[in-house]
Write a protein that binds this ligand. Structure first.
Ligand code: ZN
Ligand code: ZN
Length: 254
């Protein structure tokens, strides 16, 4: 047996031993899977397909059939002050996608490949893909980043494939905002979320956003208050267009 064949046999044996000791499991639900080249089980793929398949409004990201759009936006957008120009989403915040995003924020950064794949599909399918010059992750306050160890939006932005767009971190969070989940009705909640993030962001003094087309990157859009405030800050700094890319849109109720 020549050296190459010996090496091949050794690798094969090592892989078999590894599989025996560490049988392949789904990276989301940890169910065992047969095909070793897959990272998710069939059930999780099915769930992901179900929550990433629907049509959505390109202005706010909520579920909307393309036939329900009036002048390109859904009825819910009419009359609302939205500072970002367009949004792309991978899916709806539920089932396997919700579980993966939550786990991704709680330290399971190895999910970045699967979530990156979903984000890339959404970005490439968007109407603004060719226009983007900067990818701008929604920043965390430094104290929260210190506690978590990373900013999940930046980790996600690093997985995005684009021929020209560069990651730009000149948008910063200057004020720590509270997590708010305790309001009775959605409208009150939305208003309070907007008040909560007002003035929370700023750009670095030597930023290069003037006249540029940027795309904000975040994991979830709930009321849109955070993205809206980031977009407002970037436009004030001179950005000509602000787009947004999120993994999931939550809060589909009115
Ligand atoms: Zn699974
Ligand atoms: Zn809309």
């Amino acid at each position: 047996m020549n050296t190459a064949k010996l090496k091949q046999a050794a690798t094969f044996t090592w892989q078999s031993i590894n599989q025996l000791l560490w049988p392949p499991v789904c990276i989301n639900c940890r169910e065992s899977i047969c095909e070793t080249d897959k990272s998710l089980c069939e059930n999780c793929w099915d769930q992901l397909r179900a929550c990433t398949g629907a049509d959505y409004c390109p202005r706010c990201g909520r579920d909307a059939s393309k036939y329900a759009l009036v002048e390109g936006v859904c009825p819910d957008c009419q009359g609302k002050e939205i500072h970002f120009d367009r949004i792309a989403r991978s899916g709806v915040y539920k089932d396997a996608l919700q579980k993966m995003i939550l786990a991704f924020k709680k330290g399971r950064t190895e999910l970045d490949s699967t979530l990156g794949f979903l984000a890339n599909s959404a970005l490439q399918g968007s109407s603004f893909y060719d226009d983007i010059e900067f990818l701008v992750p929604v920043p965390l306050h430094w104290s929260r980043r210190l506690a978590r160890g990373y900013n999940q939006s930046l980790v996600l932005a690093k997985k995005l494939k684009h021929p020209r767009a560069k990651i730009n971190t000149d948008l910063v969070r200057i004020r720590r905002t509270r997590f708010q989940t305790d309001f009775d009705d959605y409208k009150t909640w939305r208003a309070k979320r907007a008040a909560n993030v007002a003035g929370a962001f700023a750009v670095r003094y030597d930023h290069s956003f003037k006249g540029r087309r940027v795309c904000l990157i975040d994991d979830i859009k709930t009321t849109g208050a955070t993205l809206n405030e980031c977009a407002r800050t970037l436009k004030e700094a001179g950005a000509s267009k602000v787009f947004a890319l999120v993994l999931a849109v939550a809060g589909q109720k009115q």
